[in-house]
Design a binder for this molecule. Structure first.
Ligand code: ZN
Length: 489
C-alpha cells in the first residue's frame, strides 16, 4: 500500500512490491529495507515502500526515453531517505536527498510524497538526457529543469490506473483543470505556508494549472510572492510546466474518440506521447538563453510527426503563453525542414556545433571577488531563430549568452545562493546564511569558476530550517569542493 500522489490528499493505492534494484535506472536506498508487507500510513515502513513505489514507477515510465539507459551518475542512483531537519529535497548529482520538518498536522517527510520523489527524480532524468543543462548559466535553463521535474511528477502519477480514473472523473474529462494531479506537493506546501504564506500557492506547493505567460526573465525581479512571476527557477518554471500540462490536455482532446469524455487508456497514451515529444525536443534543442522557445518550436515539429492536430494544439498553447511569437509558431515547421534538407545536402554544416558550452569571464568586483568569475554560458549554435512573443511588435529578442550569464550570476549572489569557500575575505562577501547554497566558487587559474552543486526544491530560506545540510559557508581554508556535504558544519 502506498500514497497515490501526496500524503495530504491521503489517497492510498494497492501496488506490487517494487524492485528498486532493477535496471535500467536502478536505485539504492539508505538503510535496510523493511520486509514487504501492508504497513499503516505514519510508519517508517510505509514511508519506505511509498517512496520506493513512486520512484520505481516514475523511473520505469521514463526509462524508454533515456537513451543511455542509465543515470548521469551511472546505473544506480542513491536515495537518502531522511537527511535531517529541513523542509526540502534535492538532487546533487550524487543522490536524491530528502528531509523532514514540521507541518500543521505533524512531521512532514519530503520523500514520502510521490509528487516530490518524482520531481527530484525528474531532475536526475533530465540530467541524463541533457547534461549540458546542469551548469549552463541562464535563469531560463535553471527554470526549465524545475518545470521538467514538475512534469515528471505529473506524468509519473498518470501511470497509476486508479489516479487516471479519479482525475478524469474529477475534471469531467477536461484535464487542464485544477485537480489533485495539477496540485503538486500539497503537504509540503502546507508546511511552508505556516511560516511563509506568500511563497507557495494557496492550495499546493505549485499548481500546473496557471495563467503565467512568458517574459524575458532578465526583466523580472529575482524573487516575488507566488502570485507573481520572478526569475527564480521555481517561480519561472511555472510558465513551461503550465504550458506542457495544457499541451497534454490539448493532445488528449485531439486523440480521444469522444473528446468530451476521453478514456483512461487514451490518457495513458497521451502521457507517453507528450513525454516522447518533449524529450525529442529537449535532445535537439540548442542550449541558448531562450531555451523555452527552442524546446517549444521543436515540440511543434515533433508533434506534427505523430498527428497534425497535435502540432496545431501545441502552437495554440505556446502562442497564447508567448513562449513562441506568432512568427516563430507559424514558420517553425518550414524553417526546421529547410535546415534539415540543407544539412542532408552538406550545405548547413554540422548539426549543432558540438556539445561544448563556452566559458565567459565576468568582472566579479560586484560580488566581492578580486579576480574574474568564469561561468559556463548557454552558447550553442542556433540553426534558426525561435523566439518568444510579446505585445505590440510580437517578438521577444533573446539576450546574448553572456548577458544571460551575468544576469543569472547577479541573481544568485543577490539571493545569497553561492558558497564562497575561501574565494574572498568574509568582509567582502554578500552572504545570506539563511539561503541554501545551490552554487559554489571553485578556484581555477586566473580567477574562480561558478559551479552548480544541486537542484533543490527551493523554499527553504527563512531561517527556521537547518542550514547544515546545505553547506553553510563558514570561510573554509581552501577552495576544494567538499567531498562530503553532510559533514560540513
Ligand atoms: Zn527541483
Amino acid at each position: 500500500m502506498a500514497w497515490e500522489d501526496d500524503p495530504e490528499p491521503g489517497v492510498t493505492v494497492e501496488r506490487p512490491v517494487p524492485d528498486i534494484a532493477r535496471r535500467p535506472l536502478a536505485f539504492s536506498f539508505s538503510g535496510k529495507a523493511p520486509r514487504p508487507a501492508r504497513y499503516a500510513p505514519g510508519s517508517d515502513e510505509f514511508r519506505y515502500w511509498t517512496t520506493a513505489e513512486a520512484l520505481r514507477r516514475g523511473a520505469d515510465f521514463w526509462s524508454k526515453f533515456v537513451p543511455a539507459g542509465q543515470w548521469q551518475v551511472g546505473p544506480i542512483l542513491k536515495v537518502l531517505r531522511d537527511e535531517g531537519a529541513d523542509l526540502n529535497a534535492y538532487y546533487d548529482r550524487k543522490a536524491l536527498n530528502f528531509f523532514h520538518g514540521q507541518g500543521p498536522k505533524g512531521t512532514v517527510y519530503s520523500g514520502e510524497s510521490p509528487d516530490i520523489a518524482c520531481h527530484e527524480m525528474g531532475h536526475a532524468i533530465l540530467d541524463s538526457i541533457k547534461p549540458q543543462l546542469w551548469d549552463a548559466a541562464s535563469d531560463e535553463i535553471a527554470a526549465f529543469h524545475e518545470g521538467f521535474a514538475d512534469i515528471s511528477a505529473i506524468l509519473s502519477a498518470l501511470q497509476l490506473p486508479s489516479l487516471r480514473a479519479a482525475i478524469l472523473a474529477d475534471t469531467k474529462g477536461q484535464l487542464y483543470r485544477n485537480s489533485r494531479l495539477s496540485r503538486l506537493a500539497e503537504q509540503l506546501g502546507s508546511a511552508i505556508r505556516m511560516s511563509h504564506p506568500d511563497l507557495v500557492d494557496p492550495d499546493s506547493l505549485r499548481n500546473a494549472v496557471n495563467s503565467f505567460t512568458y517574459v524575458d526573465p532578465l526583466t523580472l525581479p529575482q524573487s516575488a510572492p507566488a502570485s507573481h512571476l520572478s526569475s527564480e527557477a521555481h517561480s519561472f518554471s511555472r510558465v513551461i510546466s503550465g504550458a506542457v500540462f495544457e499541451s497534454m490536455a490539448g493532445l488528449l482532446t485531439a486523440k480521444a474518440k469522444k473528446p468530451a469524455s476521453p478514456s483512461s487508456d487514451e490518457l495513458l497514451q497521451t502521457s507517453n506521447d507528450i513525454a516522447a515529444i518533449l524529450v525529442a525536443a529537449i535532445r535537439q534543442a540548442p542550449v541558448v538563453p531562450n531555451f523555452y522557445a527552442q524546446v517549444a518550436a521543436i515540440m511543434v515539429v515533433e508533434a506534427g510527426k505523430l498527428n497534425p492536430d497535435y502540432a496545431a494544439a501545441l502552437k495554440g498553447v505556446f502562442v497564447r503563453r508567448s513562449i513562441l511569437s506568432l512568427h516563430s509558431a507559424t514558420h517553425v515547421e518550414a524553417l526546421h525542414s529547410s535546415v534539415a534538407a540543407a544539412r542532408r545536402a552538406g550545405v548547413a554544416g554540422t548539426a549543432d556545433g558540438g556539445d561544448g558550452l563556452r566559458l565567459a569571464a565576468l568582472p566579479a568586483g560586484n560580488y566581492g571577488l578580486a579576480k574574474p568569475l568564469f561561468v559556463q554560458t548557454a552558447s550553442h549554435h542556433r540553426p534558426y531563430l525561435a523566439q518568444g512573443g510579446r505585445p505590440l511588435n510580437d517578438v521577444c529578442e533573446p539576450p546574448s549568452s553572456t548577458t544571460a550569464a551575468r544576469s543569472f550570476a547577479d541573481d544568485l549572489f543577490r539571493r545569497g545562493s553561492v558558497a564562497y569557500h575561501a574565494a574572498s575575505g568574509v568582509e567582502y562577501r554578500l552572504d545570506n546564511h539563511r539561503a541554501a547554497k545551490t552554487h559554489q566558487l571553485v578556484k581555477v587559474p586566473g580567477g574562480h569558476r561558478l559551479e552548480r552543486r544541486m537542484f533543490e526544491c527551493g523554499f527553504c530560506f527563512g531561517g527556521t530550517f537547518s542550514r547544515s545540510r546545505h553547506g553553510q559557508d563558514k570561510g573554509r581554508k581552501n577552495d576544494k569542493a567538499p567531498k562530503d556535504r553532510n559533514r560540513r558544519s
